[in-house]
Write a protein that binds this ligand. Sequence first.
Ligand code: SPV
Ligand code: MG
Length: 431
Amino acid sequence: MKTVYTCFCTEVIHEGHLNILREAKQYGKVIVGALSDKALIRCSRFPAIPQEERLRLYRSLDGVDSVVIQDDIRYDDVLSLIRPDYVIHGDNWQTGPEAEIRARLLRSLEALGGQLIEVPYTRNERVSRADRQLREKLAMPEFRRRRLRQLLTLCPVVKAIEAHSGLTGLIAEKTVIAQDGRLDQFDAMWVSSLCDSTAKGKPDIELVDLSSRLRTIDDIMEVTTKPIILDGDTGGLAEHFMYNVRTLERMGVSAVIIEDKTGLKKNSLFGTEAAQTQDSIEGFCAKISAGKRACLTDDFMIIARIESLILEQGMDDALARARAYVQAGADGIMIHSRKKDPGEVLAFCDRFRQTDPDTPIVAVPTSYHAVTEEELAAHGVNIVIYANQLTRSAFPAMQRTAEDILRFHRAKEVDERLLPIREIITLIDEL
Ligand code: SPV
Ligand code: MG
């Protein structure tokens, strides 16, 4: 009897999947591959139910003979294990990033003497509604909030990109690339104080108040599902921070990062060029503990950001603070640096990891941008934040367009580098 293989990455079975199974059955014994959580988060939507439950769900379906785990979006390993006569898939992957996975599968199948069967993708109102409901579920506060902690167990390194509006949120949510036969995307969003302030034409000095920051977060939450890490500046007064933690946690924010500065905060990338005061260890520990006391769930993370390297207070000070902040209840440590060379950040991570193998470390490689995620992860970094690159790419593009329209007294010269009208009017999904 021939074998037919199909890979599922869904947790809601709709008529499209049943159609695939019905077709598959005509060719022989049906093996369903359940894409593992680890593989799923790179290429599709985040799993709202655990891998084990998805396996049980697939096993219960009519026409399924067996279920295996597919641990990589690339079919190479699973195909050499199963050696199916056929692989069956919807025809919706012939274009877009998934086309690369399809092309790689075709090469593997050819080598094994197998064949790809494609069935027309089922598009109708019921299928779209099932899709939409799943997306809505992931946007719910309890699902979104715990997703960062889940990602920390699933990814070698969690990648966050800055978002400061619905539109930049959509870029963080939807940007997917295909590379080496795999898909990749960002895991989380960073609501940067620098970019949120800059978008409002204001300096990054805690002038944009929390109500305004919450409005930005809400705009982002309206159109995304990925977890949010808020740049909480200094966190303000400990007594206020407690209330703000409650608000953020209730909204579904996953983490707030507060920095150990006090008084008028300026952006860290000024370093010692701007007068800035670091908080005492005791003062900042008290703020962290107050925040932790206010938390109602284990999901929400308070991450302590150490400014010792920025303020040239030395490595020993940074390490002493890191240990004290963890003792005070911090769920993670962010170490910041404005050097071009990642050396001091990597040295901090190595020394911190000698005594603390578990507490998540966050790095923001803005100045030391040549370092790769892999190198950072090898030194124990768990979250990498691309803190301002979207804002910094948009600003010069807009400025150049404005200058050229002034220069040419018309818009023809700029038009070819702009998003086509057809695309801008269809950029936002309709309900
Ligand atoms: C931000 O993005 O606002 C940050 C990171 O706090 S940095 O600008 O590097 O200080
Ligand atoms: Mg900031």
